[in-house]
Ligand binder design. Structure first.
Ligand SMILES: Cc1cc2nc3c(=O)[nH]c(=O)nc-3n(C[C@H](O)[C@H](O)[C@H](O)COP(=O)(O)OP(=O)(O)OC[C@H]3O[C@@H](n4cnc5c(N)ncnc54)[C@H](O)[C@@H]3O)c2cc1C
Length: 386
């Protein structure tokens, strides 16, 4: 279908535009036809990861020596945008991208050679396990432990709400290697699930939205992992490593937000042009026009801020506070816009067969995951108060 609204920005080169177009076509043919079925089965087909790998989506910003394309993360941003525009909230590309960048940033050469080629080809699906039943926002309070035993760690604990949890071949586990050192006792350890005795996947959790995304409990009972699977040169760096990547992770949520707003506004315009009440098109009513104008403005102003973040990203200067701003503002605007657009659909907007209903259910989590919006505001406030 022809797009009236799109993401075009001065920072996009000819290469960006070509990549964006081919990614859009790939999603149209390989993803959109399956989203309904994936939502019913609660997980995307494993096969899709390989197709995405083959299409070059999983390694756009990974080094060529491991099978990547060697471009920068702005290309991944376009994949995020196009995935959401294709109407999918299930495929765990965002988490894959985050995990791949952890490996690129903190793994040693041996670890990179072990995991990057599989991550780029789609053979390895990754997950990032921070959240626990007892703690989410307060990451320093994690209770999962990794105790040293000879050349191994013994991991004990449980995690919850882990995206890609049912399919994950590797899990980057946030664990305490020193229980008494607070944030300085946290390390990132890679668990290779196929060989991990004592590792168990719990339920694929039933969610309000994002039905095709497998979100799981994970359990670790005396899971033995070689100490060679520690990410980073020494223990206790995990919290700092997580913080250093947060700007990008959170900006990603802002990118998904602009894609969701563009899609839902476009769909709503189509709907109100066709639907009639009181002998006129809904589109001809001033309230409809004003609501849509407000929605478009919210989307465009958010996009302008995301574009600023993209310029910083390309320059290697995207900071956590900008990421926090993009995350909370983008997700807040997304929820407001989707809600108004649903209202313009009347009762049809409440029916799951209308994309706006699914967008409504999918959007809510954007204010929660990736660090709840209150935590983002706390981070921004802290930057004002130092
Ligand atoms: C669909 C989905 C996918 C997810 N994927 C992953 C994943 O892949 N990996 C992973 O590790 N986690 C994942 N999460 C977990 C997510 O990151 C957490 O849910 C989130 O960080 C909030 O933690 P919590 O749920 O424990 O809420 P809590 O920390 O209990 O917070 C509850 C409420 O209290 C507020 N609050 C907490 N602390 C403060 C404070 N200091 N000031 C003001 N308000 C505060 C919060 O903002 C929130 O509104 C996912 C969650 C969902 C729903």
């Amino acid at each position: 279908m022809e797009r009236k609204i799109d993401w075009n920005a001065p920072w996009m080169t000819e290469e960006h535009l070509m990549f964006k177009e081919s990614t859009r076509k790939f999603f149209e043919s390989e993803l959109s036809p399956h989203t309904e079925r994936w939502a019913e089965q609660g997980v995307v087909d494993r096969d899709f990861w390989f197709k995405a790998g083959e299409a070059g989506l999983l390694g756009a910003s990974a080094p060529e020596e491991f099978g990547g394309v060697g471009a920068d993360q702005s290309f991944d941003a376009l994949t995020m945008y196009e995935q959401a525009r294709a109407g999918d909230s299930g495929w765990g590309f965002g988490v894959h991208n985050i995990c791949t960048h952890y490996i690129m940033a903190y793994a040693n050469e041996e670890q990179k050679a072990r995991w990057l080629p599989g991550l780029i080809s789609g053979e390895i699906v990754p997950a990032l396990a921070m959240t626990e039943p007892g703690t989410g926002s307060d990451l320093q309070a994690v209770r999962t432990t990794a105790d040293k035993d000879g050349d191994d760690y013994i991991i004990n604990g449980s995690k919850i709400f882990i995206s890609n949890g049912q399919q994950a071949d590797i899990v980057i586990v946030v664990a305490k290697t020193d229980k008494d050192a607070g944030g300085r006792g946290i390390s990132l350890i890679v668990v290779e699930t196929a060989d991990a005795e004592g590792f168990a996947r719990g339920r694929n959790l039933k969610k309000l939205g994002m039905k095709a995304q497998d979100t799981s409990e994970l359990f670790f009972e005396n899971v033995r992992v070689p100490r060679a699977n520690l990410l980073g040169e020494q223990e206790g760096q995990g919290f700092i490593h997580l913080m250093l990547q947060l700007g990008w992770e959170r900006a990603n949520i802002g990118i998904a937000a602009i894609a969701a707003m563009d899609t839902v506004i476009e769909e709503t315009v189509r709907y109100v042009q066709e639907r009639k009440a009181f002998k006129q098109r809904l589109m001809d009513m001033q309230n409809t026009r004003f609501k849509l104008a407000e929605a478009k403005t919210k989307a465009d102003v958010t996009k302008a801020y995301i574009n600023e973040c993209m310029v910083k990203l390309i320059d290697g200067k995207l900071d956590p506070v900008s990421g926090a701003t993009a995350k909370w503002w983008g997700s807040q605007m997304q929820c407001e816009v989707v809600d108004e657009c649903l209202q313009l659909h009347g009762g049809y907007g409440y029916m799951m067969e209308y994309p706006v209903a699914r967008a409504y259910a999918d959007s809510r989590v954007q204010k929660i995951y990736g660090g709840a919006n209150e935590i983002q505001k706390e981070l921004i406030a802290r930057s004002l108060d130092n």
